[in-house]
Design a protein around this ligand. Sequence first.
Ligand code: PHE
Length: 336
Amino acid sequence: MIEKIELIKKEIKNFQITNEKQLEAFRLEFLSRNGKVQEMFGMMGNVPNEKKAEMGKAMNKVKILAQEKFEDSKSNLQSASRKEFGAKDDITLPVEPTYTGSFHPLTQALDEIKQIFLRLGFNIADGPELEDDFHNFTALNFPPDHPARDMQDTFFVRKSDQPDEQDLVLRTHTSPVQIRLMKDQQPPLRSIMPGRVYRNEAVTAKSYFQFNQVEGLYVDKNVTMGELIETLVMFAKLMYGSDVKYRVRPSFFPFTEPSIEMDVWWENEKGGQWLEILGAGMVDPNVFEAVNVDPEIYTGFAFGMGVDRIAMLRYGIDDIRLLYENDLRFLNQFKS
Ligand code: PHE
C-alpha cells in the first residue's frame, strides 16, 4: 500500500505543467472525482485498522502536494501571460473616462483681445479692484456731484466724512489704472489694462453687478485722434473680421476730450442692430495735470471696452448671468 502512495507522489512531482492544457490534464489525472488522489483514498477500506491512521496521514500529504502543485502552477501561468503583454492590469478593461477642464469664455475672449493689442505694440498692466476716490473719480476729472459718485451706482466700501480720509470703492471701471500708470511711469506709455469692475446695478439678462473691461492708454508726443481711430478700426477688424461694419459716434466721458464711442453692426434673425463695443477719446488735459504730466508736451488717447459684451457677441450668449454661474453644462460647450 505504501508503495502505491509513494508512486502517486512521484507521478505528481514529475508531472510537467508548462501550459493551460497540461494544467487541466494534471487536474483531471489527480484532483478530479475520478482522479488518482480520490482513487487512493478509496483504498482505505483495505487498510487494517491499526495502520489506518498512518496511511491516512500519508494520503493526506499526497493530496496536499497535488493541490499545492496545481495552485502554484496556475498562478505561475497567469503571471507569465501578464508578462507577455507587458501590462500589470487587464488591458481589455474599458478605460476610465478622463475629464479635462476648459478655458472660460471670458478668458478666451480676453486672450484674443490681449493678443491683438500685443501685436499692435501695447503691453499689459493691472491695478487693484479696491480703489480710492482719487484714482477712481477725482483724478479722472469727475466733478464732485457726478452721478457715478452716488451709492445708487457705485459700491462704496468706506464712505468717509473726514477731510483727510478717502472714500473707498470697488472700482467702477478700469480707468483708475491709467492714473496709476501715469503716476508711476513717464511717457511714452502704451498699455492695456484688463480687469474686473463693479457697479451697483440690478441683475438682469443684460446687466450684472460685476463685469470685465480692458482699458487702453497711449501717451506720447503728438498722439492724435486719427491714430486713436486707426487703432480702434484695426482692433475691430482683427476681432470681428476684416469685413466688419463699424461706426464711430461723438460721446462724453469726464476724462477724455473729445470723446467717442464705437459700434459694430451685429447681424441677427431680425436683421441686425448697432452694438456699442467701446468708449474712447483723447486724454483730457485735467487728467494729465492730476498726474503731473505736462499737457503742453504730451497728448494721448484712451479707450475702454467690455469683455463680457464681446464674449456674448462672439459666442451668441444671450444672458450675462451665464458667465458667472459656473454651470458645467454651459462651460463644457467652450472646449477647444
Ligand atoms: N471708463 C469708461 C467706462 O467705463 C470707458 C472709457 C475708457 C472711455 C477710456 C473713454 C476712455 O465706460
